[in-house]
Design a protein around this ligand. Sequence first.
Ligand code: UDX
Length: 438
Amino acid sequence: MYDKKVAIIGMGYVGLSLAAFLGNKVRAIGVDANKNKINSLLSGIPPFYEPKLEYHLKRAIKNGLRFADQINKEIVSSDFVFITVGTPTDSNGKIDLTNMKSALASIAEHMTNLQNKPSIIIKSTVVPGTTMRVIKQILEKNGLRESVDFDLLTNPEFLREGSAMQDTVSPHAIVVGGSNSKSIENLTKFYRTIYKKKQNIVETNNVTAEVIKYANNAFLATKISFINSIANICQKLPGTNVDKIAQIIGMDPRIGNQFLRAGPGYGGSCFPKDVQALISFANDIGYKPILFDAVKNTNSLQVNAVLNLIKHNLRNLTNKKISILGLAFKEDTDDVRESTSIKLVNLLLKHKCNVMVHDPKAIDNTYQMFREKIKYSKSLSDVLTGSDCAVIMTPWENYKYLKEKDFLKMRNPLVIDTRRILKLDNKKILYIGLGIGN
Ligand code: UDX
């Protein structure tokens, strides 16, 4: 264990993964205002599904990781205080800093008369300028001064749900943004000790670090909307398959082969929110970001590409039994936030369909949204039996092993595969891959 004390405020995906990682390296404490969450964490149970998280968490607890539901003086006097609270979008599409402001107010309150100078590190995604304007101002209450009584750094996080632990243990880049070289060096040195491998560490100022995070997510979202547009063109072009096109353009090192998997549109807690926040921010400072508007609109409309495939092949949707395979916004998570599957279920209900859903992990979260309006199944056989149309929405590993005989249980074997994970070649099954022209 290294001789450093760290606190992590906000036990969501970013904060908890960081706590589970750092808890095995240094003296760490995780804080969250939600008491139920803290109680669950104290017994080593993560409040959401994330591969390998429980293992790292339990190990970290054995190594001394602690949890608290309130910020106190001991917590703010840590060497590094990471802020990882959620920054959702408000009803006007702007970033909502409520959680951030209340955490900071509590930190400021406990920071007077400290013996040491803590580094406050903003890991939450915040729009450019927030750290050095809004956040600094809140912390400077009670006569506290940045660089004198505390350091303030911006250190965005790039982890993905479904591989949060792996991305935390081995990040592709670490961005350290600060206003003075001493504080930047301090955090960089900490990361150099924590990470065994040589990680890319980029030192910059706070606002650049903030922009990097939005640029990163907006670029990836742009790639997805781009390839989804190509998929929609391929759909109307017999003989084409979007995956072949993605494979070849991905060989061009200027393009790169990642994030070119066409599908029903991106979802989750980051891309939709961050693209929207960037659009609102750009408009506020007098720039109309037409590219990002197009990325967002392309994504919002992509669910219609799926609905149209269902409509085109079933004609009348009333009372048709539609089976949705996959509710989570991506594989290996139980998160359904902004999931296109949820949008599709809503549209199908409007068309008076009988909707039956399956997901290996996300049934409970989906139940909270639809209650008794749809039927839930934990068995793939049950969800397919008697169905008029099966729609594969999330590329879960076990869906890849579905066989023709599984689909022959359907009343009308029509399979719409939005991620093209299956190869079905049976005259009794109508197989339609999104982005495959026929
Ligand atoms: C994203 C960023 O990748 C991560 O760096 C950031 O910290 C948080 O936001 P996440 O939302 O967890 O991570 O998952 P990601 O793997 O990026 O997928 C986001 C969405 O895009 C999912 O709905 C996924 O299915 C979709 N996607 C991704 C595609 O449709 N095609 C692709 O090629 C890649």
